[in-house]
Design a protein around this ligand. Structure first.
Ligand code: PGA
Length: 249
């Protein structure tokens, strides 16, 4: 049995005060919920407020990106060691918005992933096709390529904590959700590719989350799929009631 992970990706929303307000309302709504792993990934400047608010609670905190060097002249970047010192064990890597707007490539995803895993973090590595690729029936090729390159020169042992998020780019922030069947098909491709690279046992235990317009209204049908091991939630995670409803699908 793979324990599901329900993760919030706040993107560039909320201040530290708004973060505290969120947790004040959210924590009582999910108190005692241990069926799933709950993770909240706010902007860097909110991490301290989130950690403080969630102290002792059943909610873990993650960052939205991490650099591949431990320190150095990399203006604007944050290293795995810095996040771990703060008490942040999870990190989203290779989100499509980073790929689309900030020059993230399969190769930089690989570098970040390798470093995060070596540091002992739990990365949530995002893959997913854009609409043109889906329409050209290239989804499987794209997912396999993204996985092969992201996992390059990482051993199964090192990758033990890896989590994948399948996020079809056409479903992100658009209100268009992949059907549970369509998401499952993509997850199977990713699991198969992971099995080819890391072995079957690894792939059987690998958690693959679905992301893209997950809402309280569709989380149950998505989470009921055997292939779907959780969700990465953007817009609907900003409101405590809506994120709690997704968590408790
Ligand atoms: P969305 O975003 O839920 O707003 O579609 C998901 C994501 O980008 O992780």
């Amino acid at each position: 049995m793979r324990k599901k992970v329900i993760a919030a990706n706040w993107k560039m929303y909320k201040t530290p005060d708004q973060t505290r307000d969120f947790f004040r309302e959210f924590l009582p709504l999910v108190s005692g919920h241990d069926r799933d792993e709950i993770v909240v990934c706010p902007p860097y400047i909110d991490l301290a407020a989130a950690l403080d608010s969630a102290k002792g609670a059943n909610v873990a905190i993650g960052a939205q990106n991490v650099h591949w060097k431990e320190e150095g002249a990399f203006t604007g970047e944050i290293s795995p060691g810095m996040l771990l010192t703060l008490g942040v064990p999870y990190v989203i890597i290779g989100h499509s918005e980073r790929r689309q707007y900030f020059g993230e490539t399969d190769d930089t995803v690989n570098l970040r992933l390798k470093t995060a895993l070596e540091a002992g973090m739990t990365p949530i590595c995002c893959v997913g096709e854009v609409l043109e690729e889906r329409e050209a029936e290239l989804t499987e090729d794209v997912l396999r390529r993204q996985c092969v390159r992201a996992f390059h020169s990482i051993s199964a042992k090192k990758a033990a904590k890896l989590i994948i998020a399948y996020e079809p780019v056409w479903a992100i922030g658009t209100g268009k959700t992949a059907t549970p069947q369509l998401a499952s098909e993509a997850h199977l491709v990713i699991r198969e590719q992971a099995s080819e690279i890391f072995g079957k046992e690894f792939a059987d235990n690998l958690r693959i989350l679905y992301g893209g317009s997950v809402k309280p209204e569709n989380s149950k049908s998505l989470m009921s799929e055997e292939e779907i091991d959780g969700a990465l939630v953007g817009g609907a995670s900003l409101d405590p009631k809506s994120f709690a409803a997704i968590v408790k699908y």
